[in-house]
Design a protein around this ligand. Sequence first.
Ligand SMILES: [Zn+2]
Length: 176
Amino acid sequence: MESTERLEHEDIGYLSMKEWNRARWAADYALKFLPWLRIAGYVRFEVEDVRVDASGGAGIGIPPTKLAYIEINRLLGELNRWTELEDAANDMLGQFLLASLGREMSTAVARWPMEDRPHRVDAMRCGGCEQLTLTYRPPRWEGDEIRVDCYCGYVLNHDEFERSVTLIELEQREAS
Ligand SMILES: [Zn+2]
């Protein structure tokens, strides 16, 4: 995947060099970005972009971040049938999947960049003191894990928070 000897060519398979580079970036960055995207809808952003619909309006309570997560996961899963991305680029279906992956990832990363500041979580109550006091804390260094914690000492790691998020989604689905 790191091979650069094809750089002199204009196209890689059916893809333009621009699409190819974007697809390669997308496939690589997705490993880092998807865990964040999975939970991003439950962390309050400064910009009123992600709405966690707790009012129980007409829509189903799935945040747009979750929909993007599902779509990107699906594209990566389908691309798994090729051992190398370059093989996919030489296939009619594969090149379409690669181009879609590049587009979906660019859009998602622009809309919901991985957060580097702490944020309030207002979609769920603290498991310790039952207040809306949870704070999402992003990784502080390369390889560090996210943490969700409360003044009362209650702490969740990424996996635990993701499980809680899954439970919220199940409850919303049953309620709708
Ligand atoms: Zn608490």
